[in-house]
Design a protein around this ligand. Structure first.
Ligand SMILES: Cc1cc2nc3c(=O)[nH]c(=O)nc-3n(C[C@H](O)[C@H](O)[C@H](O)COP(=O)(O)O)c2cc1C
Length: 207
């Protein structure tokens, strides 16, 4: 049994990874994609139609999930194509702290509409089995929750020093941060946001 908790991945939570896949011309593709842990060796992705990653996964039925905290890789794979020399022969990112190979179990049309920009039915939910985990160095998969907690705390420390308009802006930012943390954050991230929410309520706001 593969233990994804070794790289800080907990059941039911979402992590931001780089998924690498094979293009039909044999070249390699990388894209930042969220990974939801569905069980000890099962993961779920929700990928919008039109991406190379989705086409490649449907065709090849397998892909690699790379764990990295390298901002350049996230940025370049969105704004351009990640150069081929970033990949090993076996489709893994050379800079990956850890990676695992996945084999598709099922592909389902998405029915849930939780994304602010896309319409229902434009994504495919992919369930996969994790078949191999390689840890190159101790690491924890990227979770968007903690960054939001830190950002919200930084705003909170400035709260009493700013104008009423800025306070409203911070409350609005809190709502967005809380929305994301509730969706993807760890139990501890969610508890922290609840604590900050209580303090904002004490100050007379409705976050
Ligand atoms: C942190 C992060 C997470 C992302 N997660 C997803 C995701 O879970 N599903 C998805 O369809 N797109 C996701 N995206 C957007 C894709 O990475 C983006 O559409 C990319 O251009 C697809 O590239 P491709 O055509 O090479 O596959 C994410 C982007 C970022 C920055």
């Amino acid at each position: 049994m593969i233990d994804l908790s070794k790289i800080g991945m907990e059941k039911g939570r979402q992590y931001e990874t780089i998924i690498t896949t094979a293009n039909d011309d044999g070249s390699k593709n990388a894209a930042p994609i969220g990974v939801i842990i569905a069980g000890e060796n099962k993961i779920i992705n929700r990928i919008f139609k039109g991406s190379h990653t989705l086409d490649n996964i449907i065709r090849e039925r397998e892909f690699i999930v790379n764990i990295t905290h390298n901002p350049e890789v996230f940025t370049t794979s969105i704004l351009a194509d990640l150069p081929q020399n970033y990949f090993t022969e076996s489709m893994v990112l050379k800079c990956a702290d850890a990676y695992f190979k996945c084999r598709v179990i099922s592909l389902t049309e998405a029915v849930k509409q939780s994304d602010p920009v896309k319409k229902k039915g434009e994504a495919i939910v992919i369930k996969s089995e994790v078949i191999d985990l390689v840890i190159n160095k101790p690491t924890k998969a990227m979770n968007r929750g903690f960054g939001y907690v830190i950002e919200t705390l930084a705003n909170f420390t400035r709260f009493d020093l700013v104008s009423d308009a800025k306070k409203e802006e911070y409350v609005e930012r809190f709502r967005e941060a809380n929305r994301v943390v509730l969706k993807v954050g760890t139990k501890e991230d969610i508890e922290s946001m609840q604590e900050i929410k209580k303090e904002l309520i004490k100050k007379g706001f409705e976050p």
